[in-house]
Design a protein around this ligand. Sequence first.
Ligand code: CA
Length: 252
Amino acid sequence: MSRLAQEYMEATKSTVVPRVLVVEDEPDIAALVAYQLTREGFRVETTGSGTEALDAVGREIPDLVVLDRMLPGLSGDDVLQRLKADPVTSHVPVLMLTAKREQEDRIQGLELGADDYLTKPFSPRELVLRAQAILRRVQETGGTPGGRILKAGPIRLNPESHRTSIGEDELSLTPTEFRLLQALIERRGRTQSRKQLLEKAWDMEAGVSDRIQTRTVDMHVRRLRAKLGELGDWIQTVRGFGYRLKVPEGLD
Ligand code: CA
C-alpha cells in the first residue's frame, strides 16, 4: 500500500483501503486511470455509465469519484448533481474529466460542486496528483491533532473527526465546504476576501482569474448557506470584497 493510502486510512480512522470509483465510458482511459490509482494503493472500481455509477455508489460510498463529463445516457453533470443533491453522498469528493479545453466547462463543473477538474488529454501522473490533493484535503480537515472543536452558536465543527453539526443534527459537508466554514468560524466577525477564502478552502493555483474566483467562492458560499438552514444568514456578504461570519450577540 502507498504511503498516501496509509496516511489517509490513519487520518480518517478507516480500517479499509480508500476506494475510488472511476466513471468513464472510454475503455482505454478507464483502464489507464484504474491502473494508475491501483498502483497508488487504492481500491478501484470502474463503471462505463452514469446509471451504473449511481448503482455502485448505492452499494458502497466511495472516498473519491473520478467522473468523466461526456457519458452516454446520464451525463457526468447529471451524476454530479445527483450525488450532491443526496445528503448521504453530498460529501463525496468528485474529480471531473472533460474532453474540452474550455474554461467554461471548468467553471460549470466547479459550480455544480466538483472538487477539481482535469482536461483530456491528461498525463496519468497529473491525475494521481490531483486525486492525492483532494484526498489530502479530506485527510487534513480530518487529521488535525488535539481534538479542538470550533464553535459558533449551535454550530460545532470538529477538525479531528471532520464532523459538523448544528445542535443535535449532523451536517454533511464536502471537504471544500468544511474548510470554508472552518475559515469563516476561525476568523468570525472579520471580513475575508474571496482570494483569502480560496487560499484556505481550495488549493487554487495563483493566477486564477477574478471572475472564476468570485463565481467559485460565491457558489460554495451559497451551498454552505443552504446547508446551514436558518443560520445561513450568519454568513454575511461584504459587497465588493468577500464574506464574514457574524454570530448574533448572545448566541456566541
Ligand atoms: Ca466519455
